[in-house]
Design a protein around this ligand. Structure first.
Ligand code: FES
Length: 168
């Protein structure tokens, strides 16, 4: 008769003791002693929430009722550029020229202009590219491909005017 003790890698399982007998070559008798269950008291942590930025995009032209259309979107704080969020939500960013001649977000055409109506503090500072292209433009104007929405920690609401150059 032979004994084998198998220590399981799982800390919650008891070792298995297997008894093999020469009298019963094909049979293996195995039993496991049950161990009392252990429980640990844990302090409950509040669920972690990912900071999010809510966005509203005001259309460049009023609808038939005279009101400007507003599209809504949301984004995880600090993860995406404004241009990407607009593309993800199929919101038109470019004017006639920009539709054909934009640089694809490379910061070399200056056509992805938006106006930040609300929530400027939830965005990154103007980049050098913006300082170059928007030198003589209103301070609230941004290039969507240079604008990071959120900083991974903040949350709140950003309101964006699309195609502000069309508004007179
Ligand atoms: S897409 Fe060309 S500068 Fe933003």
């Amino acid at each position: 008769m032979a004994f084998a003790v198998n220590f399981s890698p799982s800390p919650l399982r008891s070792p298995e003791i297997t008894i093999c007998s020469n009298n019963f070559p094909k049979s293996i008798i195995s039993f496991t002693r049950k161990r009392p269950m252990l429980s640990f008291a844990t302090t409950e942590e509040p669920p972690t929430t990912t900071p999010e930025i809510e966005l509203e995009f005001i259309g460049p032209k009023p609808d038939g009722d005279g009101k400007y259309p507003v599209d809504k979107a949301s984004a995880v704080s600090g993860e995406k550029l404004l241009r990407t969020i607009m593309a993800d939500n199929k919101l038109e960013l470019y004017g006639t020229y920009g539709k054909v001649m934009n640089c694809g977000g490379g910061g070399s055409c200056g056509t992805c202009i938006v106006e930040v109506v609300e929530g400027k503090d939830l965005l990154n500072e103007r980049t050098n590219t913006e300082l170059k292209y928007l030198k003589k433009k209103p301070e609230a104007w941004r290039l969507a491909c240079q604008t990071i929405v959120g900083n991974k920690e903040n949350s709140g609401k950003v309101v964006v005017q699309r195609l502000p150059q069309w508004k007179k």
